[in-house]
Design a protein around this ligand. Structure first.
Ligand code: ADP
Length: 613
C-alpha cells in the first residue's frame, strides 16, 4: 500500500484542507455529499483509465494515459514518468513528459540520474509518495535536471518485484482523496507498464532467436566466403535496424584490418577502409578480445571516423580458437542507439566467426587443389616430354651401337687381322664398355616398351624361370666372389604370365644383389606358395638400403648414389622395370632392408586360375 511518508513543507505554509471524516450536521453532510460525488467522479475516471490501459497497444500510449490522468488529479500541466531502465539497472530515464520540453528531458537523460539520487531515491526505496513542497529547501534536490518547479509530487510505480519507476508531477495533491487516487492510479499504471515491457522483452527475444536462426541457416548453407560475409551483414543490418553493419578481417600479413563486407552506406568504403592492428575501437576490440560499445562517438577523443555521421558504434571481435580474425560492427547516426543489440551481436559474431573460418578453409583447400592439379599436369607434361626424348635418343643410339658392337667383336676375335697384345687389351675394354652401353640402351627401350607392350600371357612355371635365372647368374656371382644359393622348391602351382618378362624380373634383382654385395657374401633365391599367389625372394648380405630411401628406389632413374663418381654402374631403371612387369601381372613388389646388413627383395604373382593348370 502506497502512503505518504514525507512531506517537505516550509513551516506554516501547509494549505488548509477540508477534513475527510464526515460530520453530523446537515451542512457537513452536504460537504460530505459533494466530497463523495467528487470521489465517485474520480473513481469512474480511474476505471476508464484502467480500461484504456488494458486496450492500449504500446508503451507510449500507456504512459500518455497515465501521465495525463496524474496531471489531471493534481491539477497540473507539468510532469513526467521516469522509469528504471534496464528494469533491474540503476539508471532513471524520463520516458514521457508534459510541459517539460525536450531540452529538460535531454538534460535529465544525459546526466545520467541514478535510482538512489535525490527524492527519487527516497520514493523508490520506501515505495511511498514523496511530496516536496519547496525543492529549493530539499537538501538532496537535483539541480540542472528536469523542470524548475518548486513543488513536486513523486508517486512510485511499484510491482510485486519492486519499484519500476515513478510519476513526477509538478504541484501538490489538493487533499487526501487525490493522494489515494494517485496511489490507485500508480498501482494500475505499474501493472500495465510492467506487462507491456514484458511483452516487449518477449517480442524482442523472439526476434533475436529468429535472427540468430536465420543467420545460422543462411551462413551454413554456403561455403563461398563472399556470400557468407554478405549474408551476415545484410541479415544483421535488417534485423537490428541499424545504419550499417560491417565486417573487417585481418589481412594475410596480420598488419591491417580490412573492410571486407558491409551493408548500408559503409559499403562505399569496401576495399578502401583499413585500420592498422591496434588502431581505433576495432583494434582495441581485437587486442582485448571483447565487445566495445561507443554510445556517443563525439565523446570519444580517439575515435577514427570513416564516416562522420556515425554517432553510436558496437564492435565485436570475431574469434576462432582463441584467435581474433576480425570484427563485426553495427553503427547508427544517433547517440545511445544500442543496448540489447550488443549481446545479440556477440552471439551472432561467434556463429559468424565459425562460418567465416569454414569458408576460408574451404577456399584455401580449393586453391591448393587447383595448384596441385596444375602442378600435376605440368609434371605429367614434363614426364611425357622426357619419355619421348629418351625414346628418340635411345632408338637413335641403338643402330650405330649395333655397328660398333659388331665391328668390335670382329676386331677382338681377330677376324680383321691379328692384333698385338696391347691392342687386344684395349679392344677388350672397348668391347666391355660397348656391352654396358648396349645394356643401358636396351634397358631404356625395354622400360618404355613395357609401358605400352601387350604381355604374352600363358600358364608358366615360375620355379623353372627362377631356376634358369639363378643358373645364368652363377658365373657373375662367382666372379664377384659371392655364394649364390637356389632354394626354390621343385613343385609349385603355375602362374599366368609372360615368361620372358618374368625372367627379366629375376635377372634384374639378381644383378642388383650381385652388384651391391661385397665379396664373401651370400645371395639366396627362394619361392613359396601363399595360397592365391606365389612369392619369390632374392636376399643378399650386401650394403643394404637406408629406411628413408626404401620408398624411392622403385622410381624410374632413381639411384641412392646418383653422383657421377658413384661406385656402382647402372641406370636407375632396373627396379622400375621390375615393378612395372610385376604390376602388369597383377602382382606386388617390396623390399626389406637394413643398411650394411643386406636386402630382401620380393615379388608376388597370382597363381593361374584352375582351368589353366
Ligand atoms: P641401378 O641401375 O642403379 O641398379 P635400380 O633401379 O636397379 O637401378 O636400383 C635403384 C637403386 O636402388 C640402386 O641405384 C641402388 O642404390 C638401390 N639398390 C637396388 N638393389 C639394391 C640391393 N640389392 N642392395 C642395395 N641397394 C640396392
Amino acid at each position: 500500500m502506497v502512503e505518504v511518508v514525507e512531506i517537505l513543507y516550509p513551516s506554516g505554509s501547509r494549505p488548509d484542507r477540508p477534513p475527510l471524516a464526515a460530520g453530523k450536521t446537515a451542512r457537513l453532510s452536504e460537504a460530505e455529499h459533494r466530497q463523495n460525488a467528487h470521489l465517485v467522479r474520480e473513481l469512474t475516471s480511474l476505471m476508464r483509465v484502467s480500461q484504456a490501459l488494458n486496450e492500449a497497444k504500446d508503451l507510449g500510449t500507456i504512459l500518455s494515459i497515465v501521465l495525463d490522468q496524474a496531471l489531471s488529479l493534481v491539477g497540473s500541466g507539468e510532469g513526467s514518468i521516469i522509469l528504471i531502465d534496464p528494469p533491474n539497472g540503476d539508471r532513471l530515464w524520463i520516458v514521457a513528459e508534459r510541459g517539460l520540453g525536450p531540452q529538460a528531458v535531454e538534460a535529465f537523460n544525459n546526466r545520467p540520474v541514478h535510482i538512489h539520487e535525490g527524492s527519487f531515491g527516497r520514493v523508490l526505496s520506501s515505495g511511498r509518495i514523496v511530496e516536496v513542497a519547496d525543492t529549493s529547501t530539499d537538501p538532496d534536490s537535483l539541480r540542472g535536471v528536469g523542470s524548475q518547479a518548486t513543488e513536486v509530487t513523486n508517486i512510485p510505480l511499484m510491482t510485486q518485484r519492486g519499484p519500476i519507476g515513478l510519476i513526477a508531477v509538478n504541484g501538490l495533491p489538493r487533499d487526501e482523496t487525490v493522494r489515494h487516487m494517485l496511489t490507485i492510479l500508480a498501482g494500475i499504471a505499474a501493472v500495465a507498464i510492467d506487462k507491456e515491457r514484458l511483452h516487449q522483452e518477449t517480442t524482442a527475444r523472439l526476434a533475436e532467436v529468429s535472427t540468430l536462426y536465420t543467420l545460422a541457416t543462411q551462413i551454413t548453407t554456403s561455403l563461398s566466403l563472399n556470400s557468407v560475409l554478405n549474408s551476415i551483414v545484410s541479415i544483421l543490418r535488417m534485423t537490428l535496424d541499424c545504419r550499417a553493419c560491417s565486417i573487417f578481417l585481418i589481412d594475410a600479413r596480420g598488419e591491417y584490418l580490412q573492410l571486407e563486407a558491409a551493408s548500408g552506406p559503409s559499403v562505399a568504403w569496401k576495399g578502401i577502409a583499413r585500420l592498422r592492428i591496434g588502431e581505433g575501437i576495432s583494434g582495441q576490440a581485437i587486442a582485448e578480445q571483447r565487445s566495445i560499445y561507443v554510445p556517443d562517438t563525439h565523446q570519444e577523443p580517439n575515435f577514427i571516423f570513416f564516416d562522420p555521421q556515425i554517432r553510436s558504434l558496437v564492435v565485436v571481435p570475431l574469434i576462432v580458437r582463441n584467435k581474433a580474425i576480425g570484427t563485426l560492427s553495427i553503427d547508427a547516426t544517433q547517440p545511445n542507439a544500442f543496448d540489447e543489440e550488443v549481446r545479440l551481436l556477440a552471439i551472432a559474431a561467434a556463429q559468424a566467426a565459425v562460418a567465416i573460418e569454414n569458408a576460408e578453409l574451404y577456399e584455401s583447400l580449393q586453391r591448393s587443389y587447383r595448384e596441385l592439379e596444375h602442378a600435376f599436369d605440368e609434371l605429367r607434361r614434363l614426364d611425357d616430354m622426357k619419355s619421348e626424348l629418351i625414346q628418340n635418343v635411345s632408338h637413335e643410339l641403338r643402330t650405330p651401337l649395333t655397328f660398333i658392337k659388331g665391328y668390335v667383336e670382329l676386331l677382338r676375335d681377330g677376324q680383321l687381322g691379328p692384333l698385338l697384345d696391347e691392342q687386344k687389351a684395349a679392344i677388350n675394354i672397348v668391347a666391355d664398355k660397348t656391352g654396358v652401353l648396349c645394356r643401358l640402351v636396351d634397358d631404356i627401350i625395354g622400360m618404355l616398351q613395357a609401358d605400352t607392350e601387350q604381355l604374352h600371357q600363358a600358364p608358366v612355371c615360375l620355379t623353372d624361370i627362377g631356376h634358369a635365372a639363378t643358373q645364368a647368374a652363377q658365373a657373375s656371382a662367382m666372379e664377384a666372389g659371392l655364394d649364390l644359393i637356389d632354394e626354390i622348391p621343385k613343385e609349385l602351382p603355375l602362374v599366368l604370365g609372360d615368361s620372358r618378362r618374368l625372367g627379366q624380373v629375376f635377372d634384374n634383382l639378381l644383378q642388383n644383389a650381385i652388384k651391391f654385395s661385397d665379396p664373401g657374401g651370400t645371395i639366396t633365391v627362394r619361392m613359396r606358395d601363399e595360397g592365391t599367389r606365389l612369392r619369390a625372394e632374392v636376399q643378399d648380405t650386401g650394403i643394404g638400403i637406408a629406411a628413408d630411401q626404401l620408398s624411392r628406389i622403385f622410381d624410374r632413374f632413381y639411384q641412392i648414389d646418383g653422383s657421377t663418381t658413384r661406385r656402382y654402374g647402372g641406370t636407375g631403371l632396373g627396379l622400375a622395370i621390375v615393378k612395372q612387369i610385376v604390376e602388369t601381372h597383377g602382382g606386388t613388389v617390396g623390399v626389406e632392408s637394413e643398411l650394411k646388413r643386406g636386402s630382401l627383395f620380393f615379388f608376388t604373382i597370382p597363381i593361374a586360375p584352375m582351368g589353366y593348370r
